[in-house]
Design a binder for this molecule. Structure first.
Ligand code: PLP
Length: 375
């Protein structure tokens, strides 16, 4: 681990201890702002973000340095550097470089995949609820969207997805881990499903939260793309790498499908973004630090859910999904008064709230306010 991170971790740890002391006696947002040295006090207009599943620690400092330096060359059209990033990812994922495309976030390829499915018409099958981006471009281009409800335990059932397929099915979308429900699909049955379904329809697997998963029953399906032209895997640097507004994402697919997918690309990413991504993907220590902190933060939330008897889904990502026992938007508005911004309501579960993990000390703040307001 680098000195930078050790120091940063130490600082965070120290703040957490001090924070615990402050929070036990008083839970004011002002205390929290001072403790976190945030400058402007935490308020309704300057909330801590427990929404959008962002990285609370931000971009890796080493990558940030590279990004800022790269801006000196950002007036040049430099598209060749993309190859270096693609080759790096090919080495990490152990898939051929020609199966990888880099773009402006995975959102770019979600839209492109949706368009590719949409132009042929037919049905696009998605779990419900799930991340909606693919359904927007698919339906705008003429696809019919079929939503398959999650099970009673809120997991995705491959059996139900299978049953929803007909001769009209052109595409099946799976988000693994899912969002807003951070559940995962068991790897052996998923691989079987991929091999079977891809014979009949295109299969898009969105692995935006892949890096956070620690469960042995989980696996990427990236290894399938080189021999199965109907499979597209999506990844993003927006989450663990903190690149949400830098914009780097990837599509992994067979070269034949890649050609078609590329016709629907909406844009391209920038030289500073690519240079930053190269630095960030190389620094596995920082990624581990982010994942460790995520699980620490999840633990703080689980403790509260147990204390308050709130049902929740075991999280395999950087957010939780829990039953607040009251309208999610009501909870959201009330928490915002204390400078806490959580996720919105998702159909069809009006009482369930999605909370993205922030730093552990910020989670303690949320827990104190939540218990005060709803405990
Ligand atoms: C499941 C899922 N896929 C894709 C994205 C979009 O990510 P990107 O920033 O790479 O476009 C998100 C963002 O929240 C997401 O939750």
């Amino acid at each position: 681990m680098t000195n930078n991170i050790t120091r940063r971790e130490w600082l965070v740890g120290t703040t957490a201890v001090a924070g615990g002391m402050v929070l036990n006696s008083s839970v004011s947002a002002q205390n929290m702002s001072e403790m976190m040295n945030m400058g402007a006090p935490i308020s309704k207009d300057n909330p801590i973000r427990y929404t959008n599943n962002e990285n609370p620690y931000g971009i890796n400092p080493k990558a940030m340095k590279v990004i800022l330096e790269a801006y000196k060359k950002a007036h040049l059209y430099n598209f060749t550097i993309r190859r270096e990033l693609i080759d790096l990812i090919a080495g990490i994922e152990k898939i051929p470089s020609e199966c990888i495309a880099v773009g402006a976030g995975s959102g770019e390829y979600l839209m492109a995949s949706g368009a590719l499915a949409g132009i042929t018409g037919g049905d696009v099958i998605v779990p419900h609820p799930t991340f909606a981006a693919i359904t927007r471009s698919a339906s705008a281009l003429g696809a019919n969207i079929i939503r398959v409800p999650v099970e009673d335990d809120l997991s995705i059932s491959l059996e139900s997805m299978r049953k929803a397929m007909t001769n009209n099915t052109t595409c099946v979308y799976l988000c693994n881990p899912n969002n807003p429900i951070p559940s995962i699909i068991e790897k052996t049955s998923l691989e079987q499903f991929c091999l079977e379904v891809s014979k009949k329809a295109m299969l898009v697997i969105d692995e935006a939260y892949f890096e956070y998963v620690r469960d042995d029953g989980y696996s990427t399906m990236a290894h399938l793309v080189k021999d199965n032209p109907n499979i597209i895997i999506l990844r993003t640097a927006s989450k663990i790498h903190g690149f949400a507004n830098v914009r780097i994402g990837f599509a992994f697919t067979h070269p034949d499908t890649m050609k078609k997918l590329m016709t629907f690309r909406s844009g391209t990413t920038s030289y500073p973004a690519i240079m930053g991504a190269i630095a960030s993907y190389k620094d596995t220590e920082y990624q581990k630090f982010i994942v460790d902190k995520n699980y620490e933060s999840l633990g703080i939330l689980y403790k509260m859910f147990k204390e308050l008897d709130m049902p929740y889904v075991n999280a395999h990502a950087n957010f939780v999904y829990a039953n607040a026992g009251r309208d999610a938007m009501e909870v959201r508005s009330k928490l915002l008064e204390s400078g806490i911004l959580i996720g919105r309501k998702y159909d069809p579960f009006p009482n369930w709230i999605r909370i993205s993990t922030a730093k552990p000390e910020e989670m303690e703040y949320l827990v104190n306010i939540y218990k005060r307001d709803f405990g």
